[in-house]
Design a protein around this ligand. Structure first.
Ligand SMILES: *Cc1c(COP(=O)(O)O)cnc(C)c1O
Length: 835
């Protein structure tokens, strides 16, 4: 049990104010995720852009009374709080959790490497949960912040720990090593992929190996040659240096090619299974897994090596490997029946992942009712009474309105939930019992989280609640949008505000789904093209300011009613809007003034500014929130002189307007490309568009952005053709020899450009490019797949995504990514996920 005094002792900090009794159980790093104020310790992290000390006051008001700080705060304002002063809050977090780790003497598995960390961690959990009470990293918590939060979960009842570690630059692993201190190491693999922060692959490997400096054993695959060399050198070096302490880790290698502790002798794929034969200590060993892809095979062999190291019997290994199940590592948000939203996270359940899912549920504003379908939480290591009391407490904090609980254990703890005011509850013993009485009319306009332990098979409930999507879908990675927004935020000067462009259905990716996320990230403004887009966001509970770029007189009503903020770009629109505001008896209605600095699309010109200011100041009807202009060619280096000229003109004009208005307004001119290419034009605010969706039209920071959208479809039918057979409308393509073609479920009505007919367009099947043959039809098109082995009907086809950038598709179609993205038709269902 920790309290402020004991933590201060560990940190060797300065206890500035101590108010007596305190119990600290939870570490809070993100003020928005507060659940247990009384027992939380807030550690405000400081980066070049954000300083979380600013949230102390708000958290104090919400009942938090324990803080670590690295800069002075007005103590007299917080008389009931404990403050520990340290030099650096991130260091303090690391030191505190490293100390926590030292209190436990159980086997700790540490996993690092380029790919597979999370799957291996989750599979080991599946494989070993019968034998041990296991604590593990939630989701992919493997960073400088994720690792401490994971390790902090260790409790006396745990018997085995599994944590993953990931780094992005040299020097980071030393910290993670102290916190995880793994006794057993797994180095999954090493990718050749370029990674910023590292000089070369060896530097990257050696940095990752630091995790295992004090481990007893390191499991790795010898077939990565650079990895093998570095591991051997590491083994010798660490061995010598600490020879009195028994040296570095023993090695446990496996290989498909040469001698190793675990020698894989054959790999046989058939249908949905792979049989793997091996030799271990001269004895034959075999097992099979319900997967056939290379990644799964490698991950599975790592797991087997670990089970062998732990001394598991061959029979146990076989039996359990055979039952490995898919790890859906992401939380999906889909359209549900009866205008519901469904969050499906039904593959596993523990307190950590439940909290993450509830945070995501809370972030959803689109429906007033929030419902959770929850199963028993197994293997928590706590008594059911304590566990469900804690869950009930979480439900209350997160404002859940409806609980459907399934399972005997949770049913026995009904009372904890029934006490909560405003929470409707229903209890069932089994998933079958629930499904038998299921009535879709019970769900209307609500956001439903489906969260269950694997054995409860909640995917069956998910199927009942989700709207049937046809097989062409656009997947939107919400975590990637978050990453991209944060990346652009890091490029801004500390005081520059951020306006996010969500016009045209967020560049084709969605409406409230994206706006919820941006609101959560504290973006300052949203911008839509037309009033009805803004109304849709307001109806979905978005409360932040929304600018409308094309306010038409017919929409003024809606603008006033829903508190949208119009762009005023001409005298005519100005006077029309003022009349409307006057008629509705409003005052100081917020508007944004558009200036034309060279684009010659919309906006006031220089000669109009004095008159504009006179009209605006003559009555109190309008209040100018911001003044802005749009750059015509910020992505193009050859037009930089033009861009700078626009910038200077904007500076003059906005200055003149501000002076004439007599008050300051927000000035903004930079779009995505200008944020990175013309930092001097960031001014008071920037307008982020395409960059947030993962595309840098200037290519300056493309490699730091994450892919957001993936358009996928499936093969409807395969055809085996003979020489002379033709394909498609107009019979424009003819087979020259025997050929295999795939008919896929996407056409120009879905937004796939017809000009990509006749070989111009290509799609990815099993990692290989297949050209479009013949002409693109309304709902379908044909691909040549003659060169791709093992294709089957139903296989997934990637139209664009991470490995086939939408820019490439745009080039083939002689257009820009903006047109492709916004052209994907609304009949293509959007599926959102968070990693
Ligand atoms: C669309 C738009 C933007 C965003 O441009 P990107 O190139 O997508 O960043 C900014 N300002 C205005 C006025 C826009 O219409």
């Amino acid at each position: 049990m920790y309290n402020a005094a004991s933590i201060n002792k560990t940190l060797k900090g300065e206890l500035l104010q101590e108010t007596g009794f305190s119990v600290i159980e939870h570490l809070l790093l993100d003020s928005r995720k507060l659940s247990f104020p009384e027992t939380s310790l807030f550690i405000p992290l400081v980066s070049s852009r954000r300083n979380a000390h600013q949230y102390i006051e708000e958290l104090y008001r919400k009942g938090v009374s324990n803080f670590i700080i690295s800069e002075p705060v007005p103590l007299e304002k917080f008389p009931k709080a404990n403050f520990i002063l340290v030099k650096d809050t991130l260091n303090a977090l690391h030191t505190l959790v490293a100390f926590h780790r030292q209190q436990f003497h159980i086997p700790v598995i540490g996993i690092t490497g380029s790919n597979g960390k999370t799957i291996i961690k989750e599979w080991l959990y599946q494989l070993l949960e019968k034998d041990y009470n296991i604590v593990r990293s939630p989701k992919s918590y493997n960073s400088q912040i994720g690792v401490p939060l994971s390790v902090w979960q260790m409790k006396p009842e745990h018997e085995l720990a599994i944590f993953e570690a990931g780094i992005s630059q040299p020097g980071e692993m030393v910290n993670l090593e102290k916190i995880i201190r793994p006794s057993i190491g797994i180095f999954t693999n090493i990718g050749e992929a370029h990674s910023e922060g590292f000089l070369n692959i060896r530097q990257k490997i050696n940095e990752k190996l630091v995790l295992f400096a004090k481990s007893d054993i390191l499991i790795y695959c010898k077939d990565y040659l650079a990895l093998n060399e570095c591991v051997l050198a590491f083994h010798n070096q660490v061995g010598k240096k600490d020879s009195q302490e028994g040296g570095g880790p023993e090695l446990f290698s496996w290989s498909r090619k040469t001698d190793a502790d675990l020698r894989i002798t054959s790999i046989d794929k058939n249908n949905e299974h792979t049989r793997i034969d091996a030799l271990y200590k001269q004895e034959p060993l075999h097992f099979s897994i319900p997967f056939v892809d290379e990644g799964s095979i490698e991950n599975a062999i790592h797991c087997v090596a670990l089970m062998l190291y732990l001394g598991k019997e061959q029979e146990v290994i076989q039996q359990r490997m055979d039952h490995l199940s898919n790890i859906a590592m992401r939380l999906e948000l889909k359209q549900g029946i009866n205008n519901c939203s469904v969050i499906n996270d039904s593959y596993n359940l523990d307190l950590g992942s439940l909290t993450i899912a509830l945070d995501f549920l809370q972030q959803q504003q689109q429906h007033a009712t929030r419902t959770v379908i929850l199963s028993d939480i197994l293997q928590s290591g706590k008594s059911d009474a304590t566990l469900y009391e804690e869950v009930a407490d979480l439900f209350q904090k997160k404002g859940i309105n409806k609980l459907i609980a399934i399972g005997k254990n949770i049913g026995r703890e009904k009372k904890s939930f029934q006490q909560i005011e405003g929470l409707k509850t229903q209890f069932f013993t089994t998933t079958d019992e629930y499904i038998q009485q299921f009535n879709s009319d019970d769900f209307q306009n609500e956001t439903i989280l489906v969260k269950g332990s694997r054995v409860f098979q909640f995917e069956r409930i998910g199927k009942l609640l989700e709207q049937k999507a046809h097989q062409t879908i656009l997947e939107i990675n919400l975590s990637a949008i978050s990453h991209n927004v944060k990346l652009y935020q890091s490029l801004l000067k500390p005081d520059t505000k951020l306006m996010a462009m969500v016009k045209a259905f967020s560049y084709g990716s969605g409406s409230f789904e994206i706006a919820n996320l941006l609101q959560f990230h504290g973006v300052d403004y949203l911008t839509v093209a037309y009033a009805d887009e803004g109304v849709e966001l307001r109806r979905a509970g978005i409360t932040m300011p929304i600018m409308v770029m094309n306010p038409e007189p017919a929409s003024f009503d809606a603008i006033l009613h829903w508190n949208l903020e119009p762009e005023i770009y001409s005298m005519q629109i100005l006077t029309q809007f003022m009349e409307e505001v006057a008629a509705s008896n409003k005052n100081e209605f917020p508007v944004h003034i558009k200036l034309d600095t060279g684009m010659h699309r919309l906006g006031f010109v220089k000669g109009e500014i004095q008159e504009l200011a006179q009209i605006l100041t003559a009555t109190p009807l309008l209040k100018v929130q911001s003044v802005f202009s749009h750059l015509a060619a910020s992505e193009d280096a050859e037009k930089d002189a033009f861009t700078q000229k626009q910038g200077r003109l904007f500076y003059e004009m906005s200055h003149e307007l501000q002076k004439a208005l007599g008050y300051t307004v927000i000035r903004h001119i930079a779009n995505s490309a200008a944020i990175s290419r013309h930092p001097d034009l960031q001014l008071d605010m920037v307008r982020l568009g395409i960059g947030m969706y993962g595309i840098d039209s200037s290519n300056a920071i493309q490699d730091q952005l994450k892919n957001v959208s993936t358009l996928k479809t499936t093969i409807a039918q395969l055809k085996h053709l003979e020489a002379g057979d033709s394909v498609g409308y107009g019979a424009t393509w003819t087979a020259e020899g025997p050929a295999v073609t795939a008919t896929v479920r996407i056409g120009y009505a879905d937004g796939y450009p017809r000009r990509l007919s006749k070989g111009k367009g290509k799609m990815l099947i099993k990692g290989k490019l297949a050209p479009v043959i013949g002409v693109v039809a309304m709902d379908m098109l044909m691909l040549d797949v003659s060169h791709i082995p093992d294709v089957a009907e139903g296989d997934e086809v990637i139209v664009f995504g991470e490995n086939l950038p939408v820019q490439e598709l745009a080039n083939w179609a002689e257009t820009i990514p903006y047109e492709i993205l916004t052209g994907i038709s609304q009949r293509v269902k959007r599926v959102y996920f968070q990693e």
